[in-house]
Write a protein that binds this ligand. Structure first.
Ligand SMILES: Cc1ncc(C[n+]2csc(CCOP(=O)(O)OP(=O)(O)O)c2C)c(N)n1
Ligand code: SF4
Length: 280
């Protein structure tokens, strides 16, 4: 959240940010916990729900806006970051959170991901990564392991995985973290830090799809806290992330790039000055 984010903050409970709509995710889906973490993170920060906008694309994970009491924009597949970036530039007073999946964000939305990192507008992007397209019944996504054998990818795709955290660093994201849906309090804490950090903050949440990737239930035994404190050096963070096991949880990079757009002095010209300039 940068200095321009003038939202009025007051103590509120996580419940204040939960809408009355009941999520329709499969029982056991990691996204339930991520929703809870987002509302807990908001409760830590305390903005009025009407000062927060949750923007998404399409996918199971992209249903999140409807389950909050904040303003929401459930857009088209892969285009959430474009809408969110424009919104934040036009309304810097609002807190803007983007939520979606690995298919939405890294495949069809991959181009927007790169440029959102590069532009460094002050929004927080939460990706629920389950290494699969859940909503469309289990096609491989950019983060699917090359040897994942399924009816839709017999023998595996054989394709190298997309490495979202390193790509975010290379493209200029100002905050990069990895979280796990099975730890909702830890994830809430990371999301709150991401929202507070100025510029584009990227939180990759490992969130199992228990229906199409039931083996991801074992992630709870694989995750572990990152052994080192976050760095502000993107090259060092990238090196660490390239060589970790993919289950390192925590804030991995917190940078110092100024958010876009830079603060500008208030215009001094009056309406009369402008009229005089354009008089025919
Ligand atoms: C332009 C367009 N192409 C394809 C689709 C079909 N589609 C809907 S959701 C989805 C993938 C969602 O996967 P992901 O973002 O990983 O979310 P998940 O459902 O796993 O949470 C696709 C391909 C669409 N809705 N619009
Ligand atoms: S299909 Fe997968 S991602 Fe979608 S709701 Fe079910 S468990 Fe969650």
């Amino acid at each position: 959240m940068n200095a321009e984010t003038a939202v009025e903050c007051a103590p509120r409970t996580a419940q204040a940010y939960k809408s009355s709509y009941k999520p329709i995710w499969c029982p056991g889906c990691g996204d339930y916990s991520v929703l809870s973490s987002i509302t807990k993170a908001l409760a830590k920060l305390g903005p009025a729900p009407e000062d927060v906008v949750v923007v998404s694309g399409i996918g199971c994970s992209s249903r999140i806006p409807a389950y909050t009491t904040c303003y929401g924009f459930h857009g088209v597949h892969g285009r959430a970051l474009a809408a969110a970036t424009g919104l934040k530039v036009a309304r810097p007073d609002l807190m803007v959170i983007v939520a979606g999946g690995d298919g939405d964000g890294y495949s069809i939305g991959g181009n927007h991901f790169l440029h959102a990192c590069r532009r460094n507008v002050d929004v927080t992007y939460v990706v629920m990564d389950n290494h699969v397209y859940g909503m469309t019944k289990g096609q491989p996504s950019p983060t699917t392991e090359p040897d994942w054998d399924s009816k839709l990818s017999p023998g595996g795709t054989g394709l190298r995985v997309f490495h979202p955290l390193v790509i975010a660093l290379a493209a200029g994201a100002n905050f990069v973290a990895r979280a796990f849906s099975g730890d909702p309090n830890g994830t809430a804490d990371i999301i709150a830090q991401a929202i507070r950090h100025p510029g584009f903050s990227f939180v990759e949440v490992l969130s199992p799809c228990v229906t199409f990737r039931p083996e991801q239930r074992s992630w709870k035994d694989q995750v572990h806290a990152a052994p080192v404190a976050p760095t502000d050096d993107p090259a060092r963070a990238a090196r660490r992330i390239m060589t970790d096991d993919g289950f390192n949880i925590g804030v991995l990079f917190a940078g110092n790039r100024p958010a876009y757009p830079p603060a500008r002095p208030a215009p001094t010209a009056t309406i009369e000055d402008l009229e005089a300039e354009f008089a025919l």
